[in-house]
Ligand binder design. Sequence first.
Ligand code: ADP
Length: 236
Amino acid sequence: MININRLVKNYGRFEVLKNIDLSIEKGKINYIVGPNGSGKSTLIKIILGLVKPTGGEVFIGEHKINSDSDYRSKIGYMPQAASFPENLKVREVIEMVKDLRNHKSDFDLDLTEKFRLEREMRKKLCDLSGGTRQKVNAAIAFMFNPELLILDEPTAGLDPVSSSILKDKIIKERNAGKTIILTSHILSELEELADNVIFLLEGRIYFYGTLSKLILTTEQKNLERAIASIMNGAPV
Ligand code: ADP
């Protein structure tokens, strides 16, 4: 689904991503984990075409990123903090995104219904609670039936009921063959959902594979200890 070859990103003399090779399979839930500043957001933004790499190539299916923008309509993105105009009502934001994406039918309203967003539609974004904003962002990310979903800390700020609804939706979409890339610091969530973990540290990929392989290769008894051992420099 996604092929990344010799990807490099520098900001001035600072190397944020250092020669990354990665091949992400279709139809899996992939968690990017790593300490703050390890390059997770930069990698996501490059896949989305929002940041230009210094070197290397990224392909989504057949599409090379930056050479065409058609592939973007196949991606659903839920940023940590969406920057929609604050004075718009929820309904207006949804209509605006529909217009921008030029997607005329077949909307997935699963999350809109399960989060009961209908009663929020006439409120302005600036009047919503943080959790409700997250729900609106999630509903928009899934609305256009994208083949690839990129979700940046999607459950942060959600109450347990809403978080469960979103996790069930992520699993449902994975089971329907969608590819999902997420970031999260919540290890219980990784244990519940992750098919694969991509571990980034100081701009390099230290591990890519299943949770059980991660625990096995680090010879630790659980995920928390496995991740801690990589951060402490254990070879994998
Ligand atoms: P993470 O998401 O893992 O916390 P980021 O990808 O946000 O990491 O950042 C990786 C490193 O790149 C950090 O040291 C950050 O300060 C730096 N960085 C990110 N964006 C920029 C930018 N636009 N200009 C300069 N440095 C940046």
